[in-house]
Design a protein around this ligand. Structure first.
Ligand code: NAD
Length: 257
């Protein structure tokens, strides 16, 4: 039997209170990682850390909630410092916090506020957390950064101009970081999910009568958070030793349909 895939690793996951981030925290702990659960919503963050801790078994995994707003430098700096204090080092950063809203639209429809909201959270938040975490990952001899893109970084979908721009930026930033930090033995990849049934997305879809049409373009049905979490485990682990600069689609085939 192979051992736990993330034994001895310390990971930091942003926006880990809900959906994909919470499922990833649970899978990382199950695979033996010690996980800093960074989240802006205290209640969600505490609950996710508790549920991840319950997955620990005998693999040595653990989870700890740290309050953080990924768009504020002082908050990110304090959260990374708290991770090091608690777990001694940092090997893995998963920039997961983000998401679209119904306020998105075409360029002529979407407000400037919505454009800057999503750029600030999804793109700048990824830049900022990476900026603060990379020196710590380098100190531990290298590691893995996993950014969160979207199928919308790879294809156009009507009415999602601001979100598509932010996630396209995340994809480009992923390649830039992969090249710049290879010498520090840091691999940088992104995951590009399509529709994934987190609670937030379930609510959005409840008000969308086009859901069955949407599901048809997903060859194996709509995704669940665990499907994305399983890709994150691979990218975080040493199994992915030469995988860097890639945008990994986990999208039920939607980008080839
Ligand atoms: N669910 C999907 O269909 C889907 C598809 C493609 C990409 N993604 C991406 O996956 C990621 C997770 O999506 P999800 O559906 O699990 O979202 P979610 O809303 O369920 O979870 C995101 C979490 O981030 C937290 N958060 C928001 N702002 C924050 C901030 N400033 N600082 C720290 N935490 C903050 C939220 O409180 C929430 O708990 C996002 O980047 C999203 O764009 C999701």
């Amino acid at each position: 039997m192979p051992g736990p895939r993330l034994a001895g690793k310390v990971a930091l996951i942003t926006g880990a209170g809900g959906g994909i981030g919470r499922a990833t925290a649970e899978r990382f702990v199950e695979e033996g990682a010690k996980v800093a659960v960074l989240e802006i919503n205290r209640e969600l963050g505490e609950a996710a850390a508790a549920s991840a801790r319950a997955m620990a078994g005998n693999a040595g995994g653990d989870a700890h909630f740290i309050h953080c707003d990924v768009t504020e430098k002082a908050s990110v700096t304090a959260a990374v410092a708290e991770t090091i204090r608690r777990f001694g080092k940092l090997d893995i950063l998963h920039n997961n916090a983000g998401g679209s809203t119904p306020q998105d639209g075409s360029v002529t429809e979407a407000s400037e506020e919505e454009f800057w909201r999503v750029i600030k959270l999804d793109l700048f938040g990824t830049f900022l957390c990476s900026k603060v975490a990379i020196p710590e990952i380098a100190k531990s001899g290298g590691g893995s950064i996993i950014n969160m893109a979207s199928n919308l970084a790879l294809m156009a979908v009507p009415g999602r101009a601001a979100y598509g721009a932010a996630k396209g930026g995340v994809a480009s930033l992923t390649r830039a970081m992969a090249l710049d930090h290879a010498k520090q033995k840091i691999r940088v990849n992104a995951i590009a999910p399509s529709v994934t049934l987190s609670d937030r997305v379930k609510k959005l879809l409840d008000s969308n009568p086009g859901i069955s049409k949407l599901a048809e373009s997903h060859l194996f049905g709509l995704g669940q958070p665990i499907h994305i979490a399983n890709m994150a485990v691979y990218l975080a682990s040493d199994e992915a030793a030469i995988t860097t600069g890639q945008i990994m689609s986990v999208d039920s085939g939607v980008t080839i349909y």
